[in-house]
Each structure stands twice: as C-alpha cells, then as structure tokens.
Design a protein around this ligand. Structure first.
Ligand code: BGC
Length: 647
C-alpha cells in the first residue's frame, strides 16, 4: 500500500469511528444528560459538583472572569476540577469530558502574562495570511497551557461601519481579506489538516463541498477547537450599532458576510457562534433559515452551533418559548451564563410538550459529541497531565517575537512630511502622550478584563511604546504622559527642564482608551443593550464610547499636546492607538508624521522597530479612513513606505 492510501484509509476510519462512538454514546443517554450537554454556564455560577449533577457539557469564562490569581496554573487547576467531575461515571452519570471555552481572540489575553497579539484590524493591515496561521498556533499553545480546549475565535465579522464598537475584531471591511485569513487562522488554532488546502478568497462560493461531509477533521496535538463568529452579519448592522439590525438583501449577506465562513468551514472550523444581531429585523438566534438551512444544510456544517451571551432571552417574552425558538432554529449549545438551571427546566418542559422534537435534541447532542470525539477530548486526559499544561512557552520570548513581528507589519504610515521618519537612534527624542507608557491601552478590550485595562500593572511582560524606544535610543526621554485639558499636564519639555530646542523630535502616542462590544459604539448616548457580557457596575458605564468619530472632540488633549510641541518647533510623530479609523484631520495637519498603530497588543517594541528604521512600514489600511464632513481621506489599501512611495 502506498503511504497515501494508508493515511487516506486512516482518515476515513477515524471519521466512521467517530460516528460510531457518537451513536453508541447517544443511545445510552437520557433526556437530562442530553440537555446538560447542551448547557453552557459561566464559571462563576457553576461548581464542579453541579457539572456532574446536571451533566453540563461546557463551561465558559466571560471576558475578565478568571480563577485564583489568574495564572496558567490557576486555570489548569480549575479545568482539572471541572474535567474530573465530568468524567466520574456511575449509574446516574456518564463520563463525557467537559469542553471549556474562552475568548482567546488576540492571544489568550484574559490570562496574566499572556502574549497579546494585535487585534484583528491590525492583522488585516499586515496583509500576511502565513503570519495569521502562526499567530493561531501560538495562541492555541497558550490556551492549552491553561488546560482549556476551545476559543471563541476567530471573529469573521466584515465591519462595514467604523462606528461599531467591535470594528477592531474585524480583519477588514473587505470580505476577500477576511476570507483569505479565515481558513489560515482556523488551521493555526486547530492545528489539524482541515479538509483540503483551500487557499485564497472563496467569496461567493457556497456550493462547494465544505469538508464537513466526510466527518470532522481531527485536531492537531497542539490545537484547540476554533469558533467562527458571529453568524452572521454582525459587522453589517445599520449605523454600526452593536447587536443591531443588518438591513440588506440575501445576495449582499452572502457576498459580504457569509463568504468568510466558507473558508473557515473548509479549513475545518468545529464550532460556530450565532450573532446577537438581527437580519432584516429577525434575530439571528431564532433564524432557522440561516442556521439550519444555510449553515448546516447548504454549507454542510457538521460541528455544533453555540449561542452568544444570553442570546436566547430576548427572542420571546415567554422564556420557554424563547428556548424552543432557539433550539428549533438550530442552536445546539446554549450560552446561559447565569440562568442555566432555568434553561434546563424550560428545555425539558418544551421537549416533553413536543414543542422541541427529540430528533432535534439528538442532532444537537450528536454534534456536540462529534466535536468532542473529533478533537480528541476523550483521549486528552485530565488537564494537569496534558502536554503543554502550565507549560513554559506561555508568554515566552519566542511567542512574543511572533507578536512583535505582527506589530511591525500592522503599522500603517499615513504621513511622513519631509522624511522625518525614520528617526535617528542617536537623536534626542521626547516620548509623550497618554498612550506612551501604557501597555493596557495598546492591548485594548478583551485583555485581562472584558473592557480591557489601562496602565502597565496588569499587562505582565511585553513593552510599551516608551519601553521599546528606551531600549534602543539612549537619548530618549519620557515626558509626562497626560494630555492637556484632560486633567493632566502636557508632559512636554518644560516638565523635563529641557530647552525645547534640545529635542530632535517627539513621539506622541494618542488615541482611544480600551473598550469592548457596544460600549465602544459611536452613536447617540443611551444605554447599551443589556444582553452583553458581564457589565461593569457604576453609573455611565453602559453608555457608548461617544457620539462622534472626531478625535479632537473625544480626546481634545491629544491635539493640544501635538500643537504645544509643534509650536515649540519640535517635529511631532503621532502614533495613533485606536480600534478603528478616527477623524483626525486636525491631528494630521499638526503632525510631521502619522502612524496608525491600531491596538498592537503587548509588544509595543514593534513600534520602535519601524520608527527608527530597522524595518520599513508594510501595513495598508484594512478599511477606508474617514475625514471630516463624511469624505474618505485615505482609501482602503493606502499606506506609505519610509521612502515615501505607497506600500
Ligand atoms: C460576545 C462574544 C463572546 C462571549 C463570551 C459575548 O458578549 O459577544 O463574542 O464570545 O460574550 O465571552
């Protein structure tokens, strides 16, 4: 037998093996055990004991929800306890390993000391699918280090309105770019073979055999289960309102928003998360046509579909009816962070009343078990004993090098007047602005906390922009980091007791503070929808980020800092840290050079690599850049090299 034939046979045997094991296990399960598998509480609200008692199939961490001191060892210990409970077999309970899910959306960034990659918008600017796959592999390793097997990533949103608070989770406004990345990130995360080497954009191809037909692909030994989200149209809502309504015909929905899922499924994505948004007024969580007919039917998806945070609740006034709608629409696992006991009771009642067919339950549980078998969960053993658990590669230098490369490649040079860049490492350089020495700001949302953090304390390891510059420029000076007019001083030369002429240039790091989801929306004030992730308490926090994209209005101190320095004759190099393009006409005009840095993550040193000319700029805008008065200032794809030509 040739090696091709034998490996081919092995794959085929594995696929049918999985189906046999699913059928055999399913046949032994009673209704409570099945419903338990479909239930996903949040870790704060469920004990290992309850996992066993209620036959829970999955537990998740909401953004910022962490065990113990939030070290990998704490996570392994927690998962070990859940796993052990799920694997106790006796007359009332079957041993089915728990699948734990986290939002490792730019590295395993919930955990202290993780390597934090640029958010997706920066990776879109980098335009390097091979890099994306490597990032997926590193992320998977850092997830496995915590005893976790499932990440709610990648986000395949195609953000069409930068006012959306989740714009930074989108690689691009261009479905072709998102499609080119989708398969590579899934392959990187899952570490398996996918279904057959699909390269390039698959825009518009829904007729293809998605590779789920012959059974699900197995995970690589260093892979975690990926979750393509949010199905579908999350980036296309009207006015960019988070969880809003995507108003468009089916042709556009398929061409723009569904297209990336074709690549993700071809690469073998094992799970899909439903969007909290609506399509033409109908909630995706109740959309039988989109989930059951298009995703599972037409596209042949054989993994399982998970709902988003409390996504079932708003479907109907009567909770039981809402549950029935979601499950009948094709949702297999339900994310019910707090009210999971009510969910279990409601689903049971609806099955007994005949509102939810038993066949639908069997299909849902069969899919969940199929993923658990396909990803080797039954064979992985207890988290403490797993290869890589609490491993030393977590946050390692080698991992951080990959992130730093991503930072370098993601920076987009928008202006370089008189060739002020590259800066001279031998020069006197003032580094200032609110973001200058702030790794939290560089990381943005979904880092340690759901809404992210400000400052350096909780981002362990890595470098701020200042720390990166300091390492290579002996004559660099950190100015006060405040912005004028926001209760802090400008931090300019006067603070340092320097003569203004002493500085050859100033690097001013400005932009947005961290945010996540609807709290990052730009729209009229008013409460953010309550369905979202753990909402921090306190007045005002449920408001959107602001009501304008204009940075000079959102953070006026940034512009004042630039102007003060410029008036002193110091050429200003602006580094804009933001989750999206902002209207920065005034800041651009007042600066000599301007760099869009997006949300680069923990490795701010990558900014120094490029500002001081060790590497050239390679990034190109992943979405059009707005100017004032609704005009487009820079088109998608724009970006300058150091020597002035376009990238
Ligand atoms: C978000 C999802 C996330 C989930 C779990 C939700 O609020 O919309 O993207 O995966 O929370 O944290």
């Amino acid at each position: 037998m040739t090696s091709f034939t034998s490996s081919h046979t092995a794959v085929a045997r594995r696929a049918s093996d999985v189906e046999e094991r699913v059928a055999e296990l399913l046949a032994r399960m009673n209704l409570d055990q099945k419903i338990g598998q479909m239930t996903q509480p949040e870790r704060m609200n469920v004990t290992p004991d309850e996992v066993k008692r209620y036959h829970i199939g999955s537990v998740l961490s909401g953004g910022g929800s962490c065990p113990g001191d939030n070290r990998p060892a704490d996570w392994v210990a927690m998962n070990d306890a859940y796993w052990a409970a799920s694997m106790e077999e006796d007359e009332g309970h079957l041993a089915i390993p728990i699948l734990y899910g986290v939002d490792a959306i730019h590295g395993n960034a919930n955990v202290l000391g993780a390597t934090v990659f640029p958010h997706n918008i920066g990776l879109g600017a980098a335009g390097d699918p091979e890099l994306i796959e490597r990032i997926g592999r590193v992320t998977a390793r850092e997830v496995l280090a915590t005893g976790v097997d499932w990440t709610f990533a990648p986000t395949l949103a195609v953000a069409r309105d930068v006012r959306w608070g989740r714009t930074y989770e989108s690689y691009s406004e261009d479905p072709g770019v998102v499609s080119r990345y989708a398969g590579r990130i899934v392959r990187g995360l899952q570490g398996g073979g996918g279904s057959g080497g699909v390269e390039g954009g698959s825009e518009g191809r829904l007729d293809a055999e998605i590779g789920h037909g012959a059974g699900l692909p197995a995970l690589g030994p260093e892979g975690v289960v990926a979750c393509a989200k949010h199905w579908v149209g999350d980036g296309g809502t009207r006015d960019g309102v988070d969880q809003g309504n995507a108003v468009m015909d089916e042709e556009e929905l398929r061409r723009v928003h569904i297209a990336p899922y074709v690549s993700a499924l071809e690469a073998g994505a094992l799970t899909v998360m439903v969007s909290l948004s609506s399509w033409n007024g109908e909630k995706c969580h109740a959309h039988r046509y989109l989930i059951q007919d298009v995703l599972k039917g037409e596209m042949g998806f054989r993994g399982f579909v998970v709902s988003d945070w409390n996504g079932v609740d708003p479907l109907a006034e009567d909770y039981g009816e809402a549950v029935a709608m979601a499950v009948n629409a094709g949702i297999d696992m339900v994310m019910v962070p707090e009210t999971w006991k009510a969910f279990i009771a409601a689903l049971r009642e609806r099955v007994e009343r005949g509102d939810v067919p038993v066949e639908r339950i069997d299909d849902a549980v069969g899919r969940i078990l199929r993923v658990k078998f396909a990803c080797g969960l039954f064979e992985r053993g207890r988290p403490w004993g797993r290869r890589g658990a609490n491993g030393s590669s977590f946050g390692s230098q080698a991992h951080r090098e990959v992130a730093r490369e991503a930072v370098r490649k993601s920076l987009v040079l928008l202006k370089n007047e008189g060739g002020v860049l590259p800066l001279d490492k031998g020069g006197r350089i003032l580094v200032t602005g609110r973001g200058a020495d702030d790794r939290g700001r560089l990381c943005g949302g979904f880092t340690v906390e759901w809404q992210g953090v400000v400052g350096n304390d909780r981002i362990e390891g890595g470098t701020s922009v200042w720390e990166g510059i300091k390492a290579v420029v002996p004559g660099a000076v950190l100015g006060g980091v405040g912005g004028v007019g926001e209760g802090q001083s400008v931090g300019g030369p006067q603070d340092m007791g320097e003569e203004e002429g002493d500085f050859d240039a100033a690097v001013v790091v400005i932009g947005e503070r961290p945010y996540a989801e609807g709290l990052g929306d730009i729209r009229e004030a008013g409460p953010v929808r309550p369905g979202t992730n753990q909402l921090p308490a306190g007045p005002g926090v449920l408001e959107p980020y602001g009501d304008t994209l204009q940075l000079a209005v959102l953070h006026p101190g940034d512009l004042r800092t630039i102007r003060v320095l410029r008036e002193r004759g110091i050429p200003v190099v602006v580094v804009l840290v933001s989750g999206r393009p902002l209207v920065v006409d005034d800041e651009l005009a007042a600066s000599a050079a301007f760099v869009a840095a997006w949300l680069p993550g923990s490795e701010g040193g990558g900014v120094a690599d490029v500002l001081f000319g060790d590497y050239d700029f390679e990034g190109r805008l992943p979405m059009g850049w707005p100017g004032g008065w609704g005009r487009v200032l820079f088109p998608r794809g724009f970006g300058l090299h150091l020597l002035g030509s376009e990238v």
